[in-house]
Design a protein around this ligand. Structure first.
Ligand SMILES: [Cu+2]
Length: 445
């Protein structure tokens, strides 16, 4: 062991003793835990080197192979091997130096979204700096004068580079402890992708009609659950660099919206909500006291909790397709008419292997829970709160074991059950509501 190794190992051991794993931001002098380490589900936090008091990071823009969920991969662009790129986690007052190496086939820059810095460090190609050409490395350096949930992304050929995955989170903790101690601090970046069925590269030309809706570039059920212990104060930071607004909704306890790109809001501005719209280019901090259970956490646009699907298909709800199915099967053996009673049957068929989709394409609905199929995809995860978790335990605890008598249950199979109060049906309309007809037999004129 040479001297340098000895020094490094001793240093590491001292550091490890002073700072237990989950309390890297612990104040060593008082033992008081100021901020938990941010956890980026399915992502990671970028390490740094300390050089003369400056925190030094190195981002590499490059093409990567990314997996949205087992069964769907794509050639994407990201940073340091991933999309989103690694989360940068720092403190108000820190001086940071960030090297950006461009290993893409075209030029790029990085804009530090929401961060107050000298104009020339703002990363707008052509406006505040030359483009970073392929092979070049640029250096950004600035002092952080604020705290909050921020982001980074290219400001060069932005439409293409963001559409194929180039983005990351930049989280700045306040220097002082926060008034309410946070026990778990999650960070999620929202995005959308036009990965058309059977293809391997996201299509940057799409403006609204996307195929995949992601938390940290993953779709349900491949998104890690958000785990907490009962009574803990949990923050979920949500940033949006997609092309849509996302009403982010949590079941169970209501949350306070406590901050955004502008940092933590004064207490008088906090709002209790169960759904918060995170606009394009915005971030929002959601905080709640964890209550035991399995609580869905998802975008409330119902198409955003689906995977690849056609959005402009004929509406077959309520249409008797029995005749047409036989006709089409003469041309397309194995054709299955669907949608007559709703689309839940979709997951039944795909799970049974009856509907192998195009290659490299996830079924529209996926996921199995303790009570059956979840029929979800996209922007959906589960907040899993348990009484008996260790403070630093982030492992998936499995499904919630409900206390006896607290689960909705079947009490009848008779559709005529009971004596429910119902409104009178409408009087017959004047010959306008059509009877259900087989698809393809619409009456014209
Ligand atoms: Cu959404």
């Amino acid at each position: 062991m040479n001297r340098r190794h000895f020094f490094l190992n001793t240093g590491a051991a001292t550091l490890a003793a002073a700072l237990p794993a989950a309390a890297l931001s612990q104040n060593a002098a008082t033992g008081e835990r100021k901020h938990p380490k941010v956890r980026t589900p399915n992502g990671w936090t970028m390490p740094h080197r300390l050089v003369d008091g400056v925190k030094v990071f190195h981002l590499v823009a490059e093409e990567i192979e990314h997996e949205f969920a087992p069964g769907t991969r794509a050639k994407c662009w990201g940073y340091n091997g991933s999309t989103p790129g690694p989360t940068i986690e720092v403190f108000e007052g820190d001086r940071v130096r960030i090297y950006v190496t461009n290993r893409l086939p075209e030029h790029t820059t990085i804009h530090w979204h929401g961060i107050n810095l000298p104009s020339g460090m703002d990363g707008v190609g052509g406006l505040t700096q030359p483009q970073i050409l392929p092979g070049e490395t640029y250096e950004y350096e600035f002092t952080l004068q604020q705290h909050g949930t921020h982001m980074y992304h290219p400001h060069a050929d932005e439409m293409v580079q963001m559409a194929v995955g180039m983005m990351g989170l930049f989280i700045i903790h306040p220097r002082e402890p926060e008034p309410e101690r946070i026990d778990r601090d999650y960070a999620i970046l929202l995005h959308n992708w036009a990965l058309h069925p059977g293809t391997w590269r996201p299509d940057p030309s799409v403006m609204t009609d996307f195929d995949l809706w992601t938390f940290n570039s993953r779709v349900f059920p491949a998104i890690e659950p958000l785990v907490a212990r009962s009574g803990e104060r949990v923050r979920i930071r949500v940033g949006n660099l997609s092309m849509h607004e996302h009403p982010i909704h949590m079941h169970g306890p209501r949350f306070w919206v406590t901050g955004g790109d502008g940092g933590r809001w004064p207490r008088a501005l906090w709002r209790t909500e169960v759904t918060e719209i995170v606009g394009v280019g915005q971030t929002r901090d959601l905080e709640f006291i964890a209550e035991p259970g399995d609580w869905a956490f998802h975008c409330h646009k119902s198409h955003h909790t689906m995977n690849a699907m056609g959005h402009e298909v004929p509406n077959t709800l309520g249409v008797d397709q029995s005749g047409v199915e036989a006709e089409i099967r003469k041309l397309l053996p194995g054709y299955m008419a669907m949608g007559e009673t709703g689309m839940a049957e979709h997951q039944v068929h795909t799970d049974m292997g009856h509907m192998p989709g195009p290659e490299n394409t996830l079924p529209m609905m996926m996921g199995k829970g303790p009570f059956g199929k979840l029929e979800m995809g996209g922007m959906f995860s589960v907040v899993k709160v348990r009484d008996d978790l260790g403070a630093d335990d982030y492992r998936d605890p499995g499904w919630y074991r409900h206390p006896p008598g607290t689960v909705a249950r079947r009490i009848s199979r008779d559709p005529q059950f009971g004596d429910p109060v119902r409104r009178e049906p409408l009087p017959p309309a004047k010959g306008t509501l059509p009877e259900a007809k087989p698809m393809g037999h619409e009456h014209h004129g």
